[in-house]
Design a protein. Structure first.
Lengths: 199, 199
DNA sequence: TGCAATAATTCAGGACGTGCAAGAAGTCGT
DNA sequence: ACGACTTCTTGCACGTCCTGAATTATTGCA
C-alpha cells in the first residue's frame, strides 16, 4: 500500500486546512476575534464537521491530534535502557518525544507563537501531554520494578513532562531555530547545578 | 477597625456559600451535571451575580480568589536569604506559599478531590498559580542580580511551581492529612537523588 | 453498478460567559 | 434620621462553544 487511501488523504488535507485557516485568521484579526464559524466558512465546511475533527477551538490552533511516544524509545526506557542511568535515560525518552511534531515544524512554530499571547492554549497543550501521563507512569513503574514507590513514580513522571516543557521554552527563547531537543542538555545541566552544587 | 464592615462580611459569606453549594451539588450528581444555574438556585441569587464573583464555573469549585505570596518570604528570597543556599531558599519560599490556603483546609481538600477526576480544574488552578509566575520571575531576577540569564530565571520559576505541585500531590497520595508543606523535603530529597546520585 | 461503511450536514438546543442599564442595598456626613 | 454617594445585584439580550440525533452525501469494495 503506497497510497494510503483517498479517505485518509482527504482527512489529513482537511485537518491541515483547518489549522492553516485558523492560523491565517488569527494572524489577521487576533485569535479572540476568530470564531469557529469563520474558520469553517474559510475552509468551506459546516461547523459540526469542525467538531468532528477537533474537540475544541483551541485544538485547531495547536493542530493537535494524538501525540504518541515513540514505541522503541518507550520500551527501551521501561526495560532499564538505553544507558542504565536514570537521568540519561530520561533525557533520551524526552528527546525522542520532542522529535516527532505531528504536523510539521512551521505549524508548531506558529502555534507556539500564538500560544505565547494566549495562556489557555499552553494549558490545552498541557492536557494533551497529560494524556501521556498514564503511559509514562506505566513506563516508570515497569522500570522501577517491585521497588516502585508510587510517589516516586508520580514525581518522575512529572519531572519528565517538566523537562520537555522547560526544553521547549528554552528553545523558544533562543529564537526558535534548530531542533527543540538540542536544548535539553543545558536544562539538565542547570538542574544538576541546583541540586548538586558541589562539583 | 475590629469589624470589617457589613459589605465585606456579606461578600465573603456569599463566596463561601457559592463554593460550598458547588461542592455539595458536585458530590451529589457529579461535576459535569452541575450547572451554574443550579448552583445559583441553591444559593438563592441570580446567575449574573455568580459571574460577579467568579470568572468561570471552575473557579467556584476551586474557591479561587487571589493567592498571593507572603511578602516577607518573597523579600527574603529576593535578597539572597534566608540561608543563602538556593535550593534551601526555594524550599522556604515554597513552604510559605503552601502555608496560606485562601479558604481553609477542608475546602481546599474537597476541591482537590474533585480536581482529581477533572483535569481541567487542575489546569485552571495552574492559570491562577501562573499569575504568580511573573512575580516569581521578578524575585528570581533580583536574587540572581546582573548575572541573571533569562533562561535560568525561567527554569527556576518553573521549578518552584513544580516543587509546589509535586509536594501537593505527595501530600494527597499520603492521605491528605497534616500540613502540605511537610512533604516538601522528601520531594527535594528524591530530586536530589536523581540529579546527584553519587553521595 | 449496487451495497455497505463512513463521513458531512442540518437542526435543535444546552451551557457558559459578557455588556448594559435600572434598581436595591450598604456607607457616610450632617 | 435624612439624603447623597458608592457599590452590589438583577434581568435581559446576545454571542460563542459544543453536543446529540437524524438525514443526506461520499467513498470503498465486490
Amino acid at each position: 500500500m503506497e497510497t494510503e487511501g483517498l479517505r485518509a488523504r482527504k482527512k489529513r488535507a482537511r485537518l491541515e486546512a483547518f489549522v492553516d485557516a485558523t492560523h491565517r485568521l488569527a494572524a489577521e484579526q487576533g485569535l479572540d476575534r476568530v470564531t469557529v464559524e469563520a474558520i469553517c466558512a474559510e475552509v468551506g465546511v459546516s461547523v459540526r464537521t469542525f467538531f468532528n475533527y477537533f474537540e475544541s477551538k483551541d485544538d485547531a490552533v495547536l493542530g493537535m491530534e494524538h501525540w504518541r511516544l515513540d514505541e522503541a524509545a518507550a520500551e527501551a526506557f521501561a526495560t532499564g535502557g538505553p544507558t542504565g542511568d536514570l537521568l540519561a535515560d530520561m533525557q533520551a525518552l524526552t528527546t525522542s518525544a520532542l522529535d516527532h511534531p505531528p504536523l510539521g515544524k512551521e505549524r508548531m512554530e506558529r502555534a507556539f507563537e500564538l500560544a505565547k499571547g494566549h495562556p489557555e492554549l499552553m494549558l490545552r497543550a498541557y492536557t494533551h501531554v497529560q494524556g501521556l501521563h498514564d503511559e509514562i507512569g506505566a513506563l516508570v513503574r515497569r522500570r522501577l520494578g517491585t521497588a516502585a514507590d508510587e510517589s516516586a513514580v508520580a514525581l518522575i513522571g512529572t519531572l519528565l513532562l517538566g523537562l520537555a516543557h522547560a526544553t521547549f521554552v528554552r528553545w523558544d527563547t533562543a529564537g526558535g531555530t534548530g531542533d527543540v531537543q538540542d536544548h535539553l542538555p543545558s536544562v539538565v545541566a542547570d538542574l544538576t547545578a541546583i541540586f548538586a552544587p558541589r562539583t
